[in-house]
Design a protein around this ligand. Structure first.
Ligand code: SAM
Length: 473
């Protein structure tokens, strides 16, 4: 039955294959010879299969786990250097016809204020986001064909790209909306989106049906096969994820990797990103009524294992997680984080008052973007506002070949430094700017090619002194 190249959900996420995988992992969790062999294989940086990775996830030999963490950290450094890409979510509408039992936007919630941004309100939100320094957004919306049809989403994308406020602009719009048709994915592609993001929530079909009792999202196959339709519609950067806390994490972990293997088998390119959201309290949602929550330790292990199982895939963590937890997983493999996020519709321009009621979930990390940027730099990370790959057409397998060619240090690193410089000049507090300028000075020396280094130095000067913007390799 199990067939990663099949287009049928229950064949590429085959329940029995997951059960067999979990049994195999349980049986081998103390098999030191196999575990050593798998860690050696992972060191080749070609990834691991869902079965192999599940064994390492299950391994409870302390010394081997330390090796896994060290390897994850090393792979992260080799592929992503010390750059961390910054983004913010933008909530367009919380109208929703689905019945998701963990999300306060579910149809039966009659007291949450329903809101949908007008184009003027989109403008205000985007200006607020630009004034913070953001260049990359993830659009969020409930599923409601009447209130939030695809035309509405497309109109918002056009509005967002058209706004140029002071030196600000949104250069990449990623989209996290409900599963849709190939035709609609094509329209999103034509509107110039970056990544299409859709969380599976859970790969366990039976739980999926219970957690999504009503509405179009109830259709497990339609949801699970969405990324194939997105690829068919021409979107070659897709972002997957599960909502940890809904079902058992071992099952989800295997499912997530099988989904990645499926995309690779059918489309020749795996997911561009993997997100690792954990369930949070929200308006009428109490996480205590869900029994599959995971500890911070398990969460860290999952992140480390994703890093070594799919080394070329970016990993995203949101403000659902605390500063402390984010710090821990940054070292283990996360490459993209949000900062200064609001999860309410209109939250950026409206400020605190409006925020409480329409938010999707409680944010743990409530720091401003400036604070997050400063914190990253104090740990020697380079916050990057780069959007160059997507704008230069380096998406899908072309992005992957850039990673594999080892040119990242001559391309991504300079782009990160130049976009960080823009941030420092236009938006940073004095303290953050001072730390950032020092960091940039130090980081320039790590660019291998002399010629590239010279160009970067000139461009940095032009950003600071001539108000020039948007340099990129
Ligand atoms: N409506 C779209 C869909 O159905 O896929 C996606 C947008 S939704 C705003 C983004 C994600 O938020 C969902 O996919 C879900 O994983 C997550 N989410 C929902 N309720 C949550 C909660 N209580 N805590 C944390 N994340 C939650």
């Amino acid at each position: 039955m199990y067939n990663p190249a099949s287009r049928v959900a229950e064949e590429f996420i085959d329940h029995q294959e997951i059960l067999d995988t979990l049994k195999y992992a349980e049986e081998n969790k103390h098999n030191e010879a196999l575990i050593t062999e798998l860690i050696e294989k992972a060191k080749l940086r070609k990834g691991l299969s869902h079965r192999e990775a599940s064994v390492l996830l299950e391994c409870d030999i302390e010394e081997k786990n330390q090796e896994i963490y060290a390897l994850a950290e090393q792979i992260k450094k080799d592929f992503y250097g010390n750059r961390i890409v910054m983004f913010a979510p933008l909530y367009l509408s919380n109208y929703c016809v689905n019945g998701c039992t963990y999300c306060p936007y579910h149809l039966k919630n009659k007291h949450i204020p329903r809101k949908k941004l007008t184009q003027e309100e989109v403008r205000r939100e985007v200006i607020a986001l630009q004034d913070m320094g953001h260049k990359r957004l993830a659009l969020e919306a409930g599923e409601d064909p009447v209130n939030n049809p695809i035309e509405y989403i497309l109109e918002c994308i056009d509005t967002i790209y058209s706004i140029k406020h002071k030196n600000g602009e949104i250069r990449r719009v990623n989209v996290n909306i409900a599963a849709t048709t190939v035709e609609n994915y094509r329209k999103l592609k034509d509107a110039g989106i970056g990544t299409y993001i859709l969380f599976q929530e859970t790969y366990h079909k039976e739980s999926y049906l219970e957690l999504h009792p009503t509405g179009p999202k109830h259709d497990y196959a339609y949801h699970t096969e969405a990324m194939d339709r997105a690829m068919e519609g021409g979107i070659d950067d897709v972002g997957i994820g599960v909502l940890f806390g809904l079902d058992k994490y071992r099952y989800e972990f295997a499912g997530l990797l099988m989904h990645a293997e499926h995309l690779e088998a059918v489309w020749g390119v795996g997911p561009h990103t993997i997100s690792v959201p954990r369930l949070r309290n929200a308006d009428d949602i109490d996480i205590n009524s869900f029994t599959n929550g995971i500890s911070d330790d398990i969460f860290a292990k999952i992140v480390a294992m994703i890093r070594i199982a799919v080394p070329y895939t970016g990993m995203i963590i949101s403000t659902r997680e605390s500063q402390e937890c984010r710090e821990r997983v940054l070292h283990l493999g996360v490459s993209q984080i949000s900062g200064g996020s609001k999860t309410s519709v209109g939250g950026y321009a409206d400020g605190e008052e409006e925020e409480v009621s329409s938010e999707q979930f409680e944010v743990s990390d409530t720091r401003t973007l400036d604070e997050v940027v400063k914190w990253l730099m104090e740990m020697d990370y380079v916050p990057s506002f780069c959007t160059a790959c997507y704008r230069e057409g380096r998406t899908g397998d072309r992005f992957m070949s850039l990673c594999k060619s080892g040119q990242i240090q001559n391309c991504c690193h300079p782009n990160a430094l130049m976009t960080l410089k823009e941030y420092l000049v236009d938006y940073a507090s004095e303290e953050t700017k001072a730390i950032g300028d020092k960091l940039i000075e130090k980081e320039i020396t790590t660019i291998p090619k002399e010629k590239v280094r010279q160009i970067v130095i000139e461009n940095l000067k032009a950003i600071e002194e001539d108000n020039r913007r948007d340099f990129r390799f």
